[in-house]
Design a protein around this ligand. Structure first.
Ligand code: PMV
Length: 361
């Protein structure tokens, strides 16, 4: 599919008002997206586990304007309170997607949104938030065009979510989603995320992700700035090539179920992401002393226990702990006993791989 496929034909139906609610999850990348071209096209392909309990719920109410105006009209509520601070982001999103959703200026919208994870936990809500909003708008488009096929609905939701926040395009489906063209992954595209449909060994079923909240403060460097710093970065080209190689390796690992190899790829990806940040101009450092303390304790635990706990990082100090379902008991005991002390207020979030966004009745 190309961008043009997402430009709609005139709509057969008219809709005056209504509302729709979607719940959309966050995701955690195994091969990281870091660096982009124009229009949120990724510089390299990435793959993520879709999460289960870290979710955003968004209700979109829409009412046709009596007179059409040349502006986007929307009100925004976050966890029950009016939130004007989010307006610029939504305004920008609407501008970017308008050509694909030409009805946006015909309606007054009320957007009510809330997160399942604690407010300002340092967990990025842009993936779950933008995907939930994209899905709500697609539900309205589907009412205007009732013949729309499910596959088109899913692809276009991911396509629109990507224009809101790149990694959001990986939050529509589960359990593993690839975004970015990769010659060995059938159907992969720079325009939207697709479910990874190859064979996946049972070792990766119900994989766990416990998120240690090391630092809940605002990020010092936004991901937009971070992506931009990959332009002209001395190691960029080699890094983009490495992401392709790591995705190839993961494809084989998912088939074989080799957990030791999995750990090597995933941890190396996390550290490479942060190495890119530390070697850009200007350079920046998002890991905290407790992030390193946790990583070192994971290395030691793995050596002593022979278990397969590993870590990955987002663009922040929090640590995602990935481990197989069958090692859950011993791993959770270790987290409680040794890692919890390095979390702000002892807080961590218990999550696992999930199956994607859901429309609520
Ligand atoms: O979606 P963005 O622009 O916030 O970028 C997210 C980038 C990482 O979370 C660091 C990696 C990824 O692939 O999710």
């Amino acid at each position: 599919m190309t961008e043009k496929d997402f430009l709609p034909q005139p709509y057969p139906a008219t809709i005056d008002q209504g509302e729709v609610t979607w719940e959309s999850p966050s995701n955690i990348a195994l091969v990281k997206y870091w660096g982009k071209l124009k229009n949120q096209i990724p510089a390299n392909p990435s793959i993520s586990f879709t999460l289960d309990s870290c979710r955003t719920t968004t209700k979109l109410a829409y009412k046709k304007k009596e007179e059409v105006t040349d502006s986007f009209d929307f009100e925004l509520y976050f966890e029950g309170e009016k939130k004007d601070a989010f307006r610029p982001k939504i305004q920008k999103f609407m501008e970017r997607v308008e050509q694909y959703l030409p009805f946006l200026k015909d309606y007054e919208f009320t957007i009510e949104t809330s997160n399942s994870f604690p407010h300002s936990s340092g967990i990025a809500s842009s993936a779950s938030g933008m995907s939930a909003l994209a899905l709500c708008l697609m539900s309205l488009e589907k009412q205007l065009n009732p013949e729309m096929e499910e596959e088109y609905f899913t692809r276009k939701s991911s396509f629109l979510a990507r224009l809101g926040s790149g990694s959001a395009c990986r939050s529509i489906e589960g359990e593993l989603v690839v975004w970015g063209f990769q010659r060995n992954i059938y159907g992969s595209s720079d325009l939207y995320g697709v479910e990874f449909r190859d064979e996946v060994h049972d070792n990766f079923r119900n994989y766990r992700d416990t998120i240690l909240l090391v630092d809940k403060g605002e990020k010092q460097v936004s991901s937009t700035v971070g992506h931009d710093l990959m332009n002209g970065h001395p190691f960029a080209e080699r890094r983009f090539q490495q992401a392709h190689e790591n995705l190839d390796r993961l494809k084989k690992i998912f088939r074989s179920g080799d957990l030791s190899e999995f750990i090597q790829v995933v941890e190396s990806e996390a550290l490479t992401l942060h190495a890119m940040m530390m070697t850009s101009q200007p350079y920046f450092l998002l890991m905290k002393p407790n992030t390193l303390e946790i990583i070192n304790r994971i290395f030691k635990f793995r050596e002593e226990s022979g278990l397969h706990l590993c870590f990955t990082l987002d663009a922040g100090a929090n640590v995602h702990l990935l481990f197989p379902e069958k090692e859950e008991k011993a791993t959770l005991e270790f987290i409680e006993r040794e890692l919890k002390q390095f979390c702000q207020n002892g807080q961590y979030i218990y999550d696992k791989v999930g199956s994607g966004a859901k429309k609520l009745a």
